[in-house]
Ligand binder design. Sequence first.
Ligand code: SIN
Length: 501
Amino acid sequence: MNSRDCDFLVIGAGIAGLYAALLAGEHGRVLLLTKASLSETNSAWAQGGIAAAVEENDSPQLHLEDTLRAGRGLCDPQAVAVLVSEGPDCVRDIERLGVPFDRAGREYLLGREGGHSRRRIVQAGGSSTGKQIVEKLSQLVTRHRPIELLEGAYVTKLLAVDGICYGANCIQSERELLLLRARATILATGGAAALYERTTNPPGTMGDGIALAYQAGAELMDMEFVQFHPTALALPQTPSWLITEAIRGEGAYLLNARHERFMSRYDERAELAPRDLVSRAIFEEMRTEKSDHVFLDLRHLKRELLRERFPNIWEMLKAHGLDPARHLIPVAPAAHYTLGGVRTDLHAQTNIQNLYAVGEVACTGVHGANRLASNSLLECLVFARRAVREAAKTTEPLVPINVNVSEFQGRVRPRALPPTLQQIMTNSVGLVRDHDGLEQAIALLTEMGEEALVGRLIAQSALLRTESRGVHIRRDYTEESPDWLAHIVLHKDRTSQIEKI
Ligand code: SIN
């Protein structure tokens, strides 16, 4: 069996993984793994941008207050303070690396999104921000000598023994077995929103890293919180393409089936309320009007603005025969982001020594029960940098590990998600949940075995949390309860723990 040694093993090549690999390359040899190819990551689909207090009329303090308010009492204030105070420097750092952020003269051209009290969304190429950043960082990664890229490499198991991680096993190009030994392993594999039928994520986003870490003995936290984006395209037989919230920041309206604006009935911030409230309101309108969508109205916005600031949305709508200047756009909520994940401290360190988690796979505590728009790319950068700084302190020599081939039978790579799994998640563990549906879902997901592990963990946590808070909505417990100012922590060898704040 072949093996490779490195100082840093980075698993996942979205923005968190790419940035971690680049920074780690300053300290030692890096192996960067992706199960697909460099261009096929969820980050590349990100539209909104990066939320950061970069201009004078804003401050990290205001950003902190907005983030805590959106998180409905469950954010970790220390983690949020780190996020908002180190964020602007990370933005400037990747700009120095060549990411072409949009500017009007010397000032950033900032977008606005729900729940933010200021315009603070830094963008590159308007709504193609994720793609622009991924392209630039990928270019740098492929040129940076200490970084070796393995594409088509699927990790089957993290090598964790007695609470210490030594690397991972992987299968490359469907055949070659590889043992990867590393001083530090950084998980950056993204979330699990593709477990749902309607999702804004690429199909590979099925929680691989969360499952690997859990099986290795890592703690997971806040798994019940799955964020649904309010406005994904809702056309029959068509993927649920994301339509960024930043378009509402420029004045787009939401209309119900009777073509009436409704958001101000739910929140004084109307279309710019935080995302959980907008998704909930849309769900309510669809239920009352017996419709499977509402409409996004862009007809009053200037064509040049739409074409210049939202080029990919403009093209996507055109490709589906929709002219934003003339037609109403049918939209409905779709699974978008996993707020919970592998529990980490302020240095992205998990409870397993030498195992770090960054980006959507992690639960750093910055999002609480509802993530503020565009805080996700910011989290990728800030905590990737922290993880590398911390991991670079590790000086322990690589330990020889003997692994026999049967050890590769960790996770089997699912070719495609079974449709029944997505149906169960959508019908019973979706935007609105209740006790009976969740219990049934858990029984079915348990029968399905390992490939439904992450779905089952989401359902189990959702069943435990007998209240509605942020993105977790229960029709049988409709209110927020002070008893639930608490996190649910999962570990494979323990029963679920409820940790009060
Ligand atoms: C959006 O642009 O609406 C999505 C950005 C995000 O999820 O933060």
